[in-house]
Design a binder for this molecule. Structure first.
Ligand SMILES: Cc1cc2nc3c(=O)[nH]c(=O)nc-3n(C[C@H](O)[C@H](O)[C@H](O)COP(=O)(O)O)c2cc1C
Length: 393
């Protein structure tokens, strides 16, 4: 499957998976991909497969207990998280371009909209309005042919290098999501197990990982009946993202006149791109359509609660182009844990893969503080945006 096609087609699948086993040949591909470092740095993660029913059930119990403790006993934290839900959870078909939709029967939608409003949300939350969602979520931890824990070695924890290794792990996860999509498999991140330090630590102990390791994410892979038919349904696909013209700035922040005449396709298969292959390149300058291809790939990156914090400034140069990747600090994940850093890796990986499909190299840099200040001034980056990376194409 072609690179951008896979990126656009990939979706988080939240319904129960059926009992079909994942073929050994597909599992081998997934494991091979999980060992590739997306940017050449040493691999800092370890995947742990969770196979038996009893262990999966105990992981699900950890989430249920955590939900009980955090949300129903610690009222301050509960309010903080819950007061964000109305912003990122929608109970009717997505008119919005961000957040997630919880499908509810028609009559219930009005009630949910009211009950999760800012005023009554915390009250209804305490009364357990979200309990059935959490129960369904916990069932997904149990019902799947493949469940993996993602661990990182604490030695990679220190300072900015620590963040970089977490971002790199996020790129690896995006590779796995795309690999699953290209193999016709379904994928869901199970970030709740690692959303708090307490539950992450319980998961580490349960899986008997040494103290040097910390659990940063879980994900499940499997099949559902009728994926192709269901994929046609826009609600099932949660097919909404902010428009390119809202997130792309041209030359400087605020210049929103970026339009792409035609969204192109390339000849590069996503698995080849993930393995590091790059298409042959004939023309030198990077065209607007090519920038559109790369930014469209960036737009479809997954983020916790679909908060889509990433925005871009494109800087055209004579023999190439650069993309400044910004993070809108007003679009924070309600309960992030390591999720925000992992999401950064997803957007960077989509850009890398799209560039490879066009035969372009990417150099992804985190500008030094002094350089960052001058870039912020030249590009008119507002204070509530952080500069994640500068990517040279
Ligand atoms: C690091 C990370 C953690 C996530 N954790 C969860 C999760 O715990 N449960 C879930 O259903 N989706 C999770 N998601 C998926 C996002 O909610 C999803 O990507 C977003 O809503 C956009 O939808 P899409 O993936 O279908 O495009 C996670 C995504 C990322 C990047």
């Amino acid at each position: 499957m072609e690179v951008l096609e896979t990126i656009q087609k990939r979706r988080t699948i939240r319904i129960p998976f059926n009992e079909r086993k994942v073929l050994k040949r597909d599992l081998d591909v997934l494991l091979e991909i999980s060992r590739l470092s997306p940017n050449g740095d040493p691999v800092s993660w370890e995947l742990v497969s969770v196979e038996d029913y009893a262990t999966k059930s105990r992981l699900a119990q950890i989430v249920e207990d955590d939900f009980g403790d955090v949300f129903q006993k610690d009222s301050q934290k509960f309010r903080r998280v819950f007061s964000q839900y109305p912003r990122w959870m929608h109970f009717s078909e997505a008119k919005a371009k961000d957040g997630v939709v919880l499908d509810k029967p028609k009559f219930a939608k009005y009630f949910y909209n009211f009950a999760l409003g800012k005023t009554f949300g915390p009250l209804f939350g305490k009364l357990g309005i979200m309990n059935s969602e959490f129960k369904a979520y916990c069932k997904n931890i149990i019902n799947n042919p493949l469940l993996f824990g993602v661990f990182r070695n604490r030695h990679f924890n220190a300072g900015s290098a620590g963040i970089a290794s977490l971002v790199n792990t996020g790129s690896m996860l995006q590779n796995l999501r795309l690999t699953a999509t290209s193999l016709g498999l379904c994928y869901q991140d199970i970030g709740w197990i690692t959303a708090t330090k307490e539950s992450s630590e319980k998961a580490r102990q349960l899986l008997k990982m040494p103290e040097d390791y910390v659990a940063i994410n879980f994900f499940r892979i499997g099949y559902i009946d009728d994926l192709d038919r269901r994929s046609q349904n826009p609600n099932f696909r949660s097919a909404f993202r902010r428009d390119l013209k809202d997130i792309v700035n041209f030359g400087k922040f605020g210049n929103k006149n970026f339009e792409v005449a035609q969204m192109r396709r390339t000849d590069l298969e996503v698995l080849d791109a993930i393995r590091g292959r790059k298409a042959e390149r004939v023309s030198k300058p990077v065209s607007k359509d090519e920038l559109g291809y790369i930014l469209e790939a960036a737009r479809w990156a997954p983020s916790g609660f679909n908060v889509q914090p990433f925005e871009f400034v494109v800087i055209e140069q004579e023999d190439g182009a650069s993309i400044a990747v910004l993070e809108n600090m007003e679009r924070r994940d309600p309960d992030p844990g390591p999720c925000e850093a992992l999401a950064k890796g997803g957007v960077l990986q989509n850009i890398r893969l799209a560039a490879r499909a066009l035969g372009l190299n990417t150099e992804i840099k985190k500008p030094a503080l002094s350089e960052e200040e001058s870039l912020r001034q030249t590009l008119y980056i507002p204070k509530n945006y952080s500069l994640l990376s500068l990517i040279e194409l």
